[in-house]
Design a protein around this ligand. Structure first.
Ligand code: PMP
Length: 430
């Protein structure tokens, strides 16, 4: 578009506008805003609901899952089964309630109110405002927890192998920086898996705060879209132990996108000191988790092979949807130099970066055309994408056909916004 004459650019804009208006007239309606498994994915876990209905509610160590007994760590079968997904040993794992986000909220709130092992007290009492490093684009709900607690967020650029570690190491030397968010595998939204080198540097870096914590949200630990090219992030717990910083990682995961989001099991894993700190505070707010649901999950999924087999059934449903969106973006935007987008090997999102900005305009044009995207800017701390260029789309909902249509509408919105952006820049340069 850069190279078009003014006249050719205006003609391009007219055509883009005509195509966009014709699309709006089709009256489509699709939500690409969140990574929400479609009903047929939820059906894959139908038997989960019957998996503890045979009258046997006892765990292998004799705990009756129907009662209060057993404590806050969860049943040992669940801790064993999911420990590898957390890069942890079973004794480092807590199997908890239905939401890993709730555990992250708990962990940060406990740190804020009470402080963490090895620290100098409650973070909220620190003389200077506590800050967190936020690789961006990242997960909007992480950023909202910080915002709620008044923790200052510092964006760090994401690269192809994880956050820019030169920037992370420099910023982490500041003693007010007490933590960092990470979605280390098939990241939300970029699809990036942190390299071994990045994991090693996060584990080994010198931090200004002695109580620095990495919130390691491995939400997409087994969520491959590609059968043959599976990516697996190294264990942060192991790397931190080797580097002499055993208390640095707070690791989280859940079965939300393995079984049922909202009715799954969430996990926290960390060092002995952190786990006992976490148990202590969790035990103030609950006597114990839903052990029946944990038992159901263990019986339904069985073992790691069972999890892998189950995930391949998800993949069979998800992959054609990603492919439909990607091929439609290629068809309409390929070679136009208006955007670049990811072709992720796992996770739930396609990340689009618009050349020359205009993400807010695109999201609004798409919405007018019946396509809901994650609000532009949401993938950055404070909702502020400085280049206004990042869009996140979650293609898991809807049918393949509907997704193809939605990706067409999105492409037309991008083309129209790009043409307008170019015209506006040329006008202001006059
Ligand atoms: N972390 C990330 C990175 C996610 O993408 C999501 C869901 N979209 C969650 C956490 C939420 O997980 P949960 O359902 O376990 O709270």
């Amino acid at each position: 578009m850069e190279k078009l004459s003014n006249e050719a650019l205006r003609a391009f804009r007219r055509e883009a506008d005509d195509r966009y208006k014709a699309f709006v007239a089709r009256g489509v309606c699709l939500d690409l805003s969140r990574g929400n498994p479609a009903p047929e994915q939820l059906d894959l876990s139908r038997e989960l609901l019957n998996a503890a209905s045979d009258g046997d509610y006892l765990t292998s160590d004799g705990i009756d899952c129907r009662g209060y007994n057993g404590g806050v760590l969860g049943i040992s079968e669940a801790r064993h089964l999911f420990a590898p997904l957390l890069g942890a040993t079973p004794d480092q794992v807590m199997a908890s309630g239905n939401s890993s986000l709730a555990l992250m909220h708990d962990a940060l709130t406990f740190a804020y109110l009470h402080g963490v092992p090895g620290g100098s007290g409650a973070w909220h009492k620190a003389e200077q405002q506590t800050a967190f490093l936020c690789p961006a684009p990242g997960y909007d709900r992480h950023f909202r927890i910080c915002e709620t607690l008044g923790i200052r967020m510092i964006p760090v650029p994401m690269q192809a192998d994880g956050p820019d570690m030169d920037v992370v190491e420099e910023l982490a030397a500041d003693p007010t920086v007490r933590g960092m968010w990470s979605v280390p595998q098939y990241s939300n939204p970029t699809g990036v898996t942190y390299s071994e080198e990045v994991v090693r540097r996060i584990a080994a870096m010198q931090t200004g705060a002695p109580d620095f914590r990495v919130f390691w949200d491995n939400a997409y630990a087994v969520h491959d879209l590609n059968e043959t090219e599976q990516e697996r992030v190294a264990s942060l717990i192991e790397a931190c132990m080797q580097a002499g910083h055993a208390d640095r990682p707070f690791v989280f995961a859940s079965t939300s996108k393995i079984t049922l989001p909202g009715a799954g099991v969430a996990f926290f894993a960390s060092s002995e000191a952190n786990l006992s700190w976490f148990c202590h505070h969790v035990n103030r707010r609950t006597i114990g988790p839903n052990k029946i649901n944990q038992l159901r999950h263990v019986r339904f999924l069985g073992d790691l092979d069972g999890i892998n087999a189950h995930m391949s059934r998800h993949r069979a449903l998800l992959k054609p949807k990603f492919d439909a969106v990607l091929s439609t973006l290629d068809e309409h935007l390929g070679g136009k130099d208006v955007a670049r987008w990811t072709n992720p090997r796992g996770g739930y999102f396609i990340n689009i970066d618009l050349h020359g900005g205009g993400a807010r305009r695109v999201a609004s044009l798409a919405l007018d055309a019946g396509i809901r995207l994650t609000p532009a800017g949401a993938t950055f701390p404070y909702g502020d994408d400085p280049a206004d260029q990042n869009l996140r789309i979650g293609p898991s909902g809807g049918t393949v056909e509907a997704l193809r249509t939605a990706a067409e509408g999105l492409s037309l919105s991008i083309l129209l916004a790009a043409a307008d952006g170019h015209l506006a820049r040329r006008a202001s340069a006059l």
